[in-house]
Design a protein around this ligand. Structure first.
Ligand code: KG4
Ligand code: ZN
Length: 378
């Protein structure tokens, strides 16, 4: 597959690792976290030298969701300080860096432009290569921040903007096996939580409430049951659960509903993943399943997927909790892996609000038609 329209191969080919590895500064500003991190990739694996995250949750809480304009302004205010802190916590001078990686999409484009422009300026000023990173590719490699992981693997990427199953053969070499036809799982968590009067982001709040609930009395819709593919759908659940939320009278009612929602989401994720595992297992001897993205922080979902992996003979890996939700260490690592292959970017590379990981599959099988949903990260 080809996904490198925005990448150019360095004229001298792959970048030689220094004896102590490649050290890359990563920048992440695609949603509501301003983040910077320094990662060293060496023969021993990936080492996070620093990872600084400024969360804007407080700025957006009053609105019940991320407000793009507020996010972009906050990134402008924070990016320099966050980056300086990441450099100082890593204990490195700029001369120790081999490259600057910045998220170039997909995401809220005002925010993406802030991090990407800052990255371009830093790369130009210091004479370093720039690596424009797809945010999803960052999530895809994030499990490698916690454990030395070899390609290929089957990936469930499940976040606020995405819900996809991918075969990951290496950096820049991924095929999509399934995706959501409407909302992402994290988005369903967030919107249902909002309807239940829980704070933003909804996923963690809903998980906390579900701990004291028993959802067995609620019947929630299970989507796409008749289909044999690996696609997801959460909009019917979102509507049904939001309606039920209006009927909840007691705290126990709400806890029960939260438990039902969490279980039905976990079940759908497991059903589609099981289909993908069966196909994947036919073609691969090395069976590794990775779950990444913010929703991978959910303990019920992790446990369900872990059990499923064991049932089908897959090793199971999830990023350390700190690298499940948005962070810049995953961007720095994706950048280092690209740099190692000589995949650097031109200085005029553009920020992209949409940027599918598997562009071939996305163009032959568009789930988001031109007239359809235009979510920030769809
Ligand atoms: O990966 P991420 O930080 O940002 C995106 O790239 O979207 O994911 C954020 C999403 C939010 O929808 C949030 O509600 C969800 O991940 N999330 C969770 C949990 N922690 C974060 N969902 C369910 N349970 C959690 N514990
Ligand atoms: Zn993300």
């Amino acid at each position: 597959m080809k996904m490198d329209a925005d990448y150019s191969r360095a004229t001298d080919g792959a970048t030689e690792r220094r004896s102590d590895g490649l050290t890359v500064l990563g920048l992440e500003t695609s949603c509501d976290e301003t983040a910077a991190s320094v990662v060293r990739l060496s023969a021993a694996g990936a080492e996070v030298l620093s990872s600084v995250i400024h969360s804007q949750i407080d700025d957006h809480a009053a609105y019940g969701g991320v407000v793009p304009e507020i996010a972009a302004r906050s990134h402008v205010e924070m990016i320099d300080g966050v980056t300086r802190r990441a450099m100082s916590e890593a204990g490195l001078d700029w001369s120790a860096l081999d490259g600057v990686a910045a998220t170039a999409g997909p995401g809220l484009v005002g925010g993406v432009m802030v991090g990407l422009s800052y990255g371009k300026a830093a790369a130009l000023a210091r004479g370093l290569p720039l690596i424009a990173v797809n945010h999803l590719e960052g999530h895809a490699v994030s499990a490698r921040l916690g454990a030395e992981t070899t390609y290929p693997f089957l990936l469930l990427l499940v976040s606020g903007g995405h819900c996809q199953l991918l075969e990951v053969r290496g950096i820049g070499d991924m095929s999509r096996l399934g995706t959501t036809i409407d909302d992402a799982a994290g988005e369903a968590f967030d919107k249902i939580a909002k309807a239940m009067g829980l704070g933003y982001p909804g996923g963690p709040a809903l998980e906390k409430l579900a701990a004291s609930g028993d959802g067995s009395r609620f019947e929630l819709p299970r989507a796409l049951l008749g289909r044999k593919d690996c696609d997801f759908s959460f909009s019917g659940l979102k509507t049904a659960a939001s309606r039920l939320a209006q009927t909840c009278e007691t705290e126990q009612d709400r806890a029960d509903l939260a438990d039902a929602v969490q279980k039905v989401i976990a079940r759908q994720l497991a059903e589609r993943t099981e289909r993908a595992m069966k196909d994947y297992a036919e073609a691969h001897e090395h069976r590794l399943f990775v779950v990444a993205g913010g929703v991978a922080a959910n303990k019920t979902i992790r446990r369900t997927l872990e059990d499923l992996a064991a049932k089908h003979g897959f090793a199971f890996l999830a990023p350390p909790m700190a690298y499940c939700t948005d962070n810049a260490a995953m961007i720095a690592l994706a950048g280092a892996e690209r740099l190692e292959k000589g995949l650097t970017s031109d200085i005029d590379v553009a920020a992209r609000p949409r940027w599918p990981l598997d562009e071939t599959r996305a163009s032959v099988d568009p789930v988001h038609k031109k007239t359809g949903r235009k979510g920030a990260k769809a």
